[in-house]
Write a protein that binds this ligand. Structure first.
Ligand SMILES: [Zn+2]
Length: 360
């Protein structure tokens, strides 16, 4: 079978739950039969490719990798877990041949992180002062695929605690400029203080968001802003606190944020804020954990079906890609049983087709 051979998959298509024959030709779905198609799945459940909406291909557990082979390894781990669309939430290195590889997940890039000097992990971000933020957002909006990544808060070692990076008026100007350029803005926040200005400034996606308090929820909903809670990584806050022995106030803060995180996430979900699945792979966590993050969300607040949507068709729509539809890009994962009934089914994909190619 060559990459040009049309494919046929038969099964129950999610989210609508109808049994159907789906064909793949030239990397796209066709819902009408295609002559000469080879059957690659017969039976089971067809799920639009899973989505990791917050990861970092090219960042390993020890920072930026040196070689395309290592970055490829990250993308393969994500793909083999079923994640066929990735939103890369900031990397300091570029591996174009990995992004262009038709057998690897599609990656939507947010350019590089934007932070202030000494106010993020060393070596990751473009580091600028507030008077340079608008121009830097412009540059990163042009470098990325429709997303810009800001660091909204981080430890301020002079204060010994989390603190916002940017004044509110500067954020409003920078996020407004990104929107003029057609880019959306994702922002890293852990604490409470940075969020009111960010929400007022029109941020599109709150990453981590452990400081999202009840008083802000209605404003976030009204703004149409999403939350990518990276719940598995929030479980690491205690470890971050343990290693921050020189900053006891900060350490205590991180522990309290982790302790409150599940209730806050549940409140955000109940308020109607759209949640999407992101693992934050590529700093503290390895790649390939998309299914574990989906399962984690079912443990905290979401039904299996809603968590699957947040890590598949709903996230694809949010990022601008259709699911299993006529003419849509042919990203599909096949499972033996219905993941809406038992989410753990996602741990064992039977067949993976990315960009119209069978990779498993
Ligand atoms: Zn991240």
């Amino acid at each position: 079978m060559t990459a040009d051979t049309p494919l046929r998959l038969r099964g129950v298509v999610l989210p609508d739950g109808e049994p159907r024959d789906v064909h793949v030709v030239d990397g796209r779905f066709s819902l009408t039969p295609v002559a000469g198609a080879q059957t690659v799945a017969d039976g089971g459940y067809l799920v639009p490719g899973l989505v990791d909406a917050h990861c970092h291909v090219g960042l390993g557990e020890h920072g930026a990798v040196d070689t395309a082979a290592e970055a490829r390894g990250h993308a393969e781990l994500d793909r083999d877990a079923g994640a066929l669309l990735l939103r890369d939430a900031g990397v300091p290195v570029t591996f174009q041949q990995v992004y262009d590889d038709p057998e690897l997940p599609r990656i939507i890039h947010a350019g590089r992180h934007i932070a202030r000097p000494k106010r993020y992990q060393r070596g990751f971000a473009v580091e600028v002062e507030p008077d340079e933020l608008v121009a830097t957002v412009e540059a990163q909006a042009r470098a990325g695929d429709g997303w810009v990544k800001l660091v909204g808060d981080w430890i301020d070692r002079d204060v010994g605690d989390l603190a916002p990076l940017w004044p509110g008026d500067v954020l409003a100007a920078a996020i407004g400029r990104a929107h003029e350029l057609g880019a959306r803005v994702a922002v890293h926040t852990f604490g409470e203080e940075a969020l009111p200005d960010l929400v007022a400034a029109g941020v599109d996606s709150i990453e981590h968001g452990t400081g999202l308090t009840a008083d802000l929820l209605d404003d976030v909903v009204r703004a149409g802003c999403a939350l990518v809670p990276t719940a598995l990584n929030v479980d690491n806050f205690g470890g971050i606190a343990d290693s921050a022995t020189r900053y006891p106030v900060y350490a205590d803060r991180m522990r309290r944020l982790e302790a409150a995180s599940r209730d806050r996430l549940r409140d955000a979900y109940d308020a109607g804020i759209p949640l999407y699945v992101g693992t934050d792979a590529g700093s503290m966590l390895p790649h390939g954990l998309v299914v574990e993050e989906i399962i984690r969300l079912t443990e905290i607040c979401m039904s299996a079906e809603r968590a699957l949507a947040a890590g598949s068709w709903a996230a694809r729509r949010w990022l601008g890609l259709p699911g299993i539809e006529e003419g849509g890009p042919a990203d599909v994962v096949v499972y033996d049983a219905d993941p809406r009934a038992d989410i753990a089914v996602l741990r064992a994909p039977r067949r993976i087709v990315v960009r119209g190619r069978v990779v498993r």
